[in-house]
Design a protein around this ligand. Structure first.
Ligand code: GLN
Length: 512
């Protein structure tokens, strides 16, 4: 039951086969049983129970209920939830309890969802592995000590998976990041869907590593009120779900104008409302040649080719396209990200927000000591770099240049749409995953930035993108592919993803 889709569980709630309270207890027990994975910073058990009781009461009264009513969900710990800890994975906010709730979370709760907990992340969302949290790393379920089976079709028996190799029992596969806790909470069955945030790939990357569907909507479609900012010009709330239909369903519930976020698209939305039957016929799908990048694994390339062939066999026109500035996206991101991070982090002075040092020699000394103690090396490095880029004497060379290159990257996408492409098909991650031991050994700052190669341009251009698991690698880890669409093109994007999902039939992981 805990690995079913929202649609399936919603039917069971409706038929009375299970109550919301029972479901919440099961998810809390699962979260407890898988505590070693460290998916949660905070488990909001009281809140979840209270919401479940209210949902059961509404159902008893015969009120008309939506599909999310009584369904357990989780939220990345950089979305504010009134009264609950909202740490951003940082010591800086370890004690922070916001006085208000993020708009997207409010919409989830208003739809009747029950909040199981706040999930772990790389500090302030800076990372690709969920290895850099003050609360310790999150472990992937895939290849973990937790026993699981794979089910290819609902109703068919689950089978034993290949066992991804590890040299020691202490080592583990990372879940990707930075929304790794959200991904693991859904993959392990503690929640049916989770909110993440995506600035350079932080929803799609962990979705890919955990065999889930990851949706990064168009820039500005989902409200960011109450999402602690990383990079204002790129941040997008996103979803980690088990099926494309679930992602579409929750996306439709969350997507609405919000007077509290001036960057939120003001027009009313047409719901994605996925049809039962989607088709690939008539689609024009571009395969950008620049995504054949250095370091991309041959198994990922094979999966990519196979999916393109599948689309062609289903009646789509698949053509090679060029997005010539792709290779500059990461360098450009490194500048814009650091600059925005430097200004966004300025609020954590230990006076208004954040950890307060006991250093009293001067105000400056107090700021410096608090920030040194409470921000990790990655965050401090970006603040330093960002302030360097923002210096008057450097501004033209770095900021202005990066903003120009960003326009060129956006134009690459515009030209592809104008040339008739409805969608673009690319890898998400370069490989099928990483062991923690290998990941932390790299020269992390430079090498990990490159891991966003395939996901980051979508944030640069503001286009919607979805990460879809397509097959297992030879060592038994998920391999995923990405589809991208023009801004506000979620409907076609998700319909095509759903079509591919059916054709490629990636298995669902079930704990035993
Ligand atoms: N890996 C990128 C970074 O560290 C993107 C993170 C994100 O999308 N939040 O900034």
């Amino acid at each position: 039951m805990l690995s079913s889709s929202i649609k399936q569980i919603s039917r069971r709630l409706q038929s009375g086969e299970v109550t919301a309270s029972e479901l919440v207890e099961n998810c809390l027990a699962r979260a407890h049983q898988t505590k070693d994975l460290n998916a949660f910073v905070t488990i909001t058990a009281d809140l979840a129970r209270e919401q479940a009781q209210q949902s059961d009461e509404r159902r008893r009264q015969g009120q008309p209920l939506g599909p999310l009513d009584g369904v357990p969900v989780s939220v990345k710990d950089n979305f504010c939830v009134r009264g609950a800890p909202t740490t951003c994975g940082s010591r800086m906010l370890a004690e922070f309890r916001p006085p208000y709730t993020a708009s997207v979370v409010r919409r989830l709760l208003r739809a009747g969802a029950c909040l199981i907990g706040k999930t772990n992340l790389d500090e302030f969302g800076m990372g690709v592995g969920t290895v850099d949290s003050f609360f310790g790393p999150t472990k992937n379920v895939w290849g973990s000590n937790v026993k699981y089976k794979l089910r290819y079709k609902y109703g068919e028996p689950a089978t034993d998976p290949p066992v991804p190799p590890r040299d020691s029992d202490e080592d583990f596969y990372i879940p990707g990041g930075s929304s790794g806790g959200s991904a693991v909470s859904v993959a392990s069955g503690s929640s049916f869907v989770a909110l993440g945030s995506d600035t350079g790939g932080s929803v799609r990357n962990p979705a890919a590593s955990c065999g889930l569907v990851g949706l990064k909507p168009s820039y500005g479609l989902l409200s960011r009120h109450g999402l602690v900012p990383l990079v204002h010009s790129m941040d997008a709330p996103g979803l980690l779900a088990r099926t494309v239909a679930d992602a579409a369903l929750v996306f439709d519930l969350l997507s609405a104008p919000d007077a509290l976020d001036s960057t939120c698209v003001a027009e009313a939305r047409t719901p994605v409302a996925l049809a039962e039957r989607c088709s690939a016929r008539g689609l024009v799908v571009g395969v950008p040649r620049e995504y054949h990048c250095p370091g991309v694994d041959s198994q990922v390339l094979d999966a990519w080719e196979a999916a393109a062939a599948e689309l062609a066999a289903g009646g789509a026109t698949v053509r090679q396209v060029s997005l010539p500035h792709t290779q500059h996206s990461i360098a450009c991101y490194s500048v814009l990200n650091a600059a925005e991070v430097a200004s966004n982090m300025a609020r954590y002075d230990g006076v208004e927000f954040g950890f307060r040092s006991t250093e009293h020699a001067s105000t400056e000394a107090m700021y410096a000591d608090g920030r040194r103690r409470a921000l990790n090396e990655v965050v401090r490095g970006r603040v330093l770099a960002g302030n360097y880029f923002l210096l008057r004497r450097h501004y033209d060379d770095y900021m202005v240049q990066a903003m120009r290159v960003r326009r060129l990257i956006q134009r690459d996408f515009e030209l592809a749409w104008r040339a008739g492409c409805h969608l673009l098909l690319t890898p998400v991650t370069l490989t099928d995953g990483h062991l923690h031991s290998e990941f932390v050994q790299r020269d992390s700052r430079t090498n990990t930035a490159a891991l966003d190669y395939c996901t980051q341009p979508a944030n640069m251009a503001g286009v919607p993108a979805v990460s879809l698991p397509v097959r297992l690698s030879s060592r038994g880890l998920p391999i995923s592919l990405q589809l991208m669409a023009p801004p506000l093109g979620e409907r076609r994007l998700l319909a095509a993803a759903r079509w591919l999902e059916r054709r490629l039939a990636f298995p669902r992981l079930e704990l035993v």
